[in-house]
Write a protein that binds this ligand. Structure first.
Ligand code: HGY
Ligand code: MN
Ligand code: MN
Length: 408
């Protein structure tokens, strides 16, 4: 499907100006003012494309293009506009704006599809502000209760529901499972597989599971000077030992497992006071649920040992996560066929990043398409996908989407 590459690039560049950072990335945290601005811009584009827009209780935005059979269950396609702190300008935006470009092209050519098409912008795909990630699609698929999501607070104590209300995107539409004929998501790979091998398209056949924990260690604050070393209960020393041991778990438990400690807070965080309280996050991922379970046990064990060694109290709080999921062979086939039609090089792979497609896959036949990330870089301001790869991957998304939307 030939799309208007410069129109897509213009839309991507305009969207990237919202929350733009000096380093060329975007800072668009969920339910922040820049998230609102991104939503407002998308809503204006949706309206000018003649689509009907609905917003549900979680702020998920659905832009609907009618099909020749309005009663047919729709095919859904999309991604997210929220970003990690100082993240990349392709992560999420590509999936929503490529879908919009396909609809704009269908409109230009007056091509009707049998089924309605719904473009979605999911709320809170990223998660750093309101953990866990993929909360909007998770509630939609029934993985989380809406009221659990509403009560999640950010580090300033702001509630999810109040921020959703504040930006004006707390819709009335119930956020719950409904019939879908299929779901497609285009996303940048965020890893090195395609770029290093020079392959143009990734056909994503599954998504790894991920677990997020918050670990708090409590010791005793005291004076950094007169307190003898043997009398200390230093929460930061306990956390440091745990963090270094968590880094070694993948080496012991087997390849492909990844563990990350991305956040840490120290109290009272003063140069001459022995740290009393330390809280840090743990993110670990694998495509095998048994390895994920063993990794969870190992994280709890090494952290417990580190706390004990320093005489600290420890608390491990689950923040949520998702199990591994293989995608639908029929949708994968539709993507593969489009790649063969277009003559683009392609390979199948699993996603190590979380995506809303994980929860869509609980409801309907789902698969994803990856575009190469230059040097595999992502969740960083220098995240980059070349415009020719943006165009190619959008064409593949278009071919697969039309084929799904025209299935009887
Ligand atoms: O964490 C993830 O993999 C996704 O970017 N939220
Ligand atoms: Mn993403
Ligand atoms: Mn991301």
């Amino acid at each position: 499907m030939k799309i208007d590459a410069s129109r897509l690039q213009t839309s991507m560049e305009e969207m990237a100006r919202i929350g733009a950072t000096a380093g060329g990335g975007v800072h668009r945290l969920t339910l922040s003012d820049s998230d609102k601005d991104a939503r407002d811009l998308f809503a204006s584009w949706v309206k000018s494309a003649g689509l009907s827009l609905s917003v549900d209780e979680m702020g998920n935005m659905f832009a609907r293009r009618e099909g020749s059979d309005d009663l047919a269950t729709p095919v859904m396609v999309g991604s997210h506009f929220d970003s990690v702190p100082n993240g990349g300008r392709f992560d999420g935006s590509l999936g929503v704006l490529a879908a919009l470009e396909i609809v704009r092209t269908l409109n230009d050519r007056e091509i009707a599809t049998h089924r309605p098409i719904e473009i979605v912008n999911w709320t809170n795909e990223e998660g750093p502000r309101f953990p866990p990630s993929m909360l909007g699609s998770g509630v939609f698929a029934g993985a989380f209760e809406r009221d659990f999501a509403y009560e999640v607070r950010d580090t300033d104590g702001m509630r999810f529901v109040d921020e959703l209300e504040r930006i004006g995107y707390r819709g009335k539409l119930p956020c719950q499972p409904r019939p879908l004929a299929g779901y497609l998501e285009l996303h940048v790979e965020q890893g090195p597989a395609l770029f290093t091998s020079g392959i143009q398209i990734g056909i994503v056949e599954g998504i790894r599971g991920l677990t997020w924990l918050r670990i708090t260690m409590k010791g005793a604050r005291d004076h950094a000077g007169p307190t003898p070393m043997h009398m200390r209960k230093d929460a930061l020393v306990g956390a440091a030992r745990a963090i270094s041991a968590i880094r070694d778990i993948p080496g012991n438990l087997g390849s492909d497992l990844v563990t990350t400690v991305g956040e840490i807070s120290v109290s009272p965080n003063a140069i001459n006071v022995i740290p009393e309280l330390v809280t840090f996050s743990v993110d670990f991922r694998h495509r095998d649920e048994n390895i994920l379970t063993r990794a969870h046990q190992a994280v709890v064990e090494v952290s417990g040992n580190a706390a004990k060694q320093e005489g600290l109290e420890i608390e491990v709080t689950p923040l949520g996560g998702s199990t591994p999921m293989a995608f639908d062979s029929g949708v994968i086939g539709a993507i593969e066929e489009t790649c063969l039609d277009k003559g683009y090089s392609h390979r199948r792979l699993w996603s190590a990043a979380g995506h809303d497609a994980r929860y869509a896959a609980d409801l309907c036949p789902t698969a994803m398409i990856f575009a190469p990330s230059v040097n595999g870089k992502s969740h960083a301001e220098d995240e980059l996908t070349l415009w020719e790869d943006v165009t190619r991957s959008c064409e593949i998304l278009g071919g697969a989407l039309v084929s799904l939307a025209n299935q009887p």
